[in-house]
Design a protein around this ligand. Structure first.
Ligand code: IVH
Length: 714
């Protein structure tokens, strides 16, 4: 595909401050996080410290907040951990094992409390007790008890499916075989953290050394490696402990508060953490955090922060979840570490949309236990603002917005003769001019199709997991096909088999280095399979700026086929900035009116389809495909697929809460009533929207009727 021309802020009027190629950065971060997840959860051998990892996730979240279309169902922000290893039987968690959102500053904590209060619409005089407890740095496990007996134990895995480590968990002294008490629920999954104490860790490593075996990097790795042993006997020789702090499926929850339930779990036979306290305000939480931080070194086990949980279970239920974490809890992490090192060079990476991103090449330095060699420098303006020069000694941080990050230059250590950095004005890959459009911070290569970096990145994106998902066609293979001239644009992938079979056309795949009969056949089969990929994945695969997986779906929910979207985009005329009050033509307005789309996305879509260079490659591609329709939105609830409008004052829930509930149940929430509205839920004081609904003959419900319909009344 040809490069979609960048839309400048002056044209769009409301473009966000351009991030250095948000989509490319998103893909890079997601890839990096997944790789870290695998090393952490499956291999028990992380190569990054927690603060660094958190910063990567935060960066991804920030990007997704700014460009929601980048958020995909398989984004690391939507998933937890990594898929379970094949070495163990798999256990599907009856209640998913989720993760926690993070807070890194006092302001984040205050904002969390404010957000919760807003969501619940609490009056200033209403109290909000919150339980605060250490965040144990181990690995979480879920222990299922039926009629008081321990029947199954599992790791978190990817949150939905974990590994069956029952036999290993049985060897832990802190895991009771039987629960005691007359109020033990028939079914209860007790959840908590498996960890190793500092003393036990030290002794274990000494034993490992004596036995000539590798030592563990930290107690967490030691705990994870020990729990995920194939032979329970090995686990039994490892001193693992368990703190219980939560629960999953439960036939009864005989408590009204988090603290109350944790006290029950303790009574039934578990060890729980003594440092849990129920507090009333953000200030008190922060004070407790510092008190725990002060004791951190003396606790005898690793913690990496403090977890705050809304104490009332009724309020927890109302707050519910947002993607991978509960709205009612947050982890307040301890701060990250910094180090100084020498910046040896500045590399320029070229992304899919031609963005030039500067990367600092550092003299390797250990920050928070991990060796850092690369750090982002964000963009040209950031380099100038910090006046970063090659040869400088710089402060590197493994937390904050981007990780690792060059924070500042140590000026008094600047070598003599160090020159200000001159950002390249030509693409380091193809030599084309690299230009900055008005209002953009990113400099982009203008090479489009002729720029190898862009073409390869685009092809890689096209075959990637969320897009066409062609197995056997990874980064290396795409590059090789590109270099050989066999695949230059997406359609070429689908003609590869025919060309391969024609004598003399190209070197037979099975005869190429790294390929054989079977792998070639597998690749061709995977390519055939991709011809019927869902249409939304094809659109996403085109790599149009701002069209991530979510926006691809939004657009196709409306236009259904790529052809219809293309025709609409070609017909659309955006507003003329020279004409006051111009709103663009009907086709344009139809597009920006799609829920969640708006002008930024519409400009990118229109630019892409109106770009003459894109027409032929796109047609060639569409000729090769028979895309399957987009899968239906959500599962079976009484309101799945309906468009709902809430109006008037709601009395049993806040507007945010109502919206979240409706979306959770697969409904779409709209702001205004139209022919497309299926249901209007109205409270006291509803005015014109209710009148319009009646006029259009749309079904209207009271708040109670709505709750009854969705089965959450009473
Ligand atoms: S509550 C639904 N409490 O942190 C939320 N988690 O980042 C369930 N963790 O997966 C988690 N100490 O492995 C909770 N006191 C604590 C914790 C804790 C450590 C871990 C746990 C979880 C991860 C979330």
């Amino acid at each position: 595909m040809a490069k979609s021309p960048a839309t400048s802020a002056t044209e769009g009027g409301e473009l966000p401050p351009a991030l250095p190629d948000a989509a490319a950065e998103h893909a890079r971060l997601a890839h990096e996080i997944r790789a870290h997840d695998k090393r952490y959860y499956q291999d028990d051998a992380p190569t990054i410290d927690d603060a660094g990892y958190d910063a990567l996730r935060r960066r991804l979240q920030a990007l997704e907040a700014q460009f929601p279309e980048l958020k995909t169902p398989d984004s690391p922000t939507e998933t937890v951990g990594a898929a379970p290893s094949d070495a163990f039987a798999k256990v599907r968690h009856a209640v998913p094992m989720l993760s926690l959102a993070n807070a890194f500053s006092d302001e984040d904590v205050a904002e969390f409390i404010a957000r919760v209060r807003r969501f619940l619409d609490l009056k200033p005089e209403q109290e909000l007790p919150v339980a605060a407890e250490p965040k144990i740095d181990g690995l979480s496990a879920s222990l299922r008890y039926e009629k008081g007996r321990f029947v199954r134990g599992a790791t978190r895995g990817d949150g939905a499916v974990g590994e069956d480590v029952t036999a290993n968990l049985r060897t832990l002294g802190d895991v009771p075989d039987r629960l005691t008490g007359d109020d033990v629920p028939d079914v209860i999954e007790v959840r908590g953290e498996v960890y190793m104490s500092h003393a036990d860790f030290k002794a274990l490593n000494e034993r490992q050394t004596e036995a000539g075996k590798p030592v563990f990097a930290n107690p967490r790795n030691a705990a994870a490696g020990s729990l995920r042993q194939l032979d329970p006997k090995v686990t039994s020789e490892r001193p693992l402990r368990f703190f219980a702090y939560a629960w999953g499926e439960a036939s009864a929850v005989p408590a009204e508060t988090q603290k109350g339930m944790v006290d029950n779990i303790r009574r039934w036979g578990f060890v729980t953490n003594d440092l849990m306290e129920v507090l009333g305000t953000a200030e008190e939480l922060i004070a407790h955090y510092h008190a725990i931080e002060e004791q951190r070194a003396r606790l005898g086990y690793d913690i990496d922060g403090v977890v705050y949980k809304v104490d009332s279970l009724a309020l927890q239920r109302r707050l519910g979840f947002v993607s991978r974490s509960p709205r009612w809890a947050i982890a307040h992490k301890f701060p990250a570490e910094r180090a100084t090192t020498v910046l040896e060079a500045i590399d320029i990476q070229v992304g899919r949309t031609g963005s030039l991103t500067p990367v600092a090449k550092l003299k390797p330095v250990t920050v928070g236990g991990v060796v850092v060699q690369n750090a982002t420098l964000h963009n040209e303006d950031e380099i100038a603002r910090k006046d970063v020069r090659v040869g400088d000694t710089v402060v590197v941080q493994r937390a904050g917005d981007v990780i690792p990050q060059v924070v500042e230059v140590v000026l008094d250590q600047r070598p003599e003769g160090a020159q200000p950095y001159a950002f390249p004005t030509v693409c380091p890959v193809c030599g084309s001019h690299a230009v900055r459009e008005e209002g953009e911070v990113v400099r982009r290569c203008t090479g489009g199709l002729i720029c190898r970096a862009q073409a390869v990145e685009r092809l890689r994106h096209f075959v990637s997991r969320g897009a066409m998902d062609i197995e056997g066609l990874g980064e290396k293979q795409i590059e090789a096909f590109y270099e050989a001239g066999d695949v230059r644009e997406p359609a070429d992938i689908f003609t590869l088999k025919v060309r391969d079979a024609q004598p003399g056309k190209l070197t037979r795949l099975k005869n190429r280095e790294g390929w054989g009969e079977t792998s070639a056949a597998n690749l061709f089969a995977a390519i055939e399979d991709a011809r019927t990929r869902e249409v939304n994945r094809v659109l996403y695969g085109l790599g149009i700026r701002h069209v991530g997986e979510i926006n691809a779906k939004r657009l196709l929910r409306h236009y259904v086929t790529i052809e219809a979207l293309r025709d609409a985009a070609k017909a659309a005329t955006p507003p003329d900035p020279g004409v006051r009050g111009d709103k663009g033509d009907d086709a344009w307005r139809e597009m920006i009116d799609i829920d969640g789309v708006g002008a930024v996305v519409a400009y990118a879509v229109v630019d892409f389809f109106q770009e003459p260079k894109n027409a032929a490659p796109l047609n060639a591609l569409l000729n090769e495909l028979t895309p399957a329709p987009m899968p239906a939105a959500a599962s079976n609830t009484p309101v799945t697929g309906l468009t709902v409008v809430f109006t008037g004052a709601l009395e049993r829930m806040t507007r945010d809460e109502a919206k979240a509930m409706a979306e959770r149940l697969g409904a779409k929430v709209a702001g205004s009533v139209s022919k497309k509205t299926d249901l209007v839920v109205s409270g006291p004081g509803a005015g014109s929207k209710l009148a319009k609904a009646k006029e259009l003959g749309i079904e209207t419900l009271t708040e109670d009727e709505w709750l009854a319909r969705v089965g959450e009344g009473g």
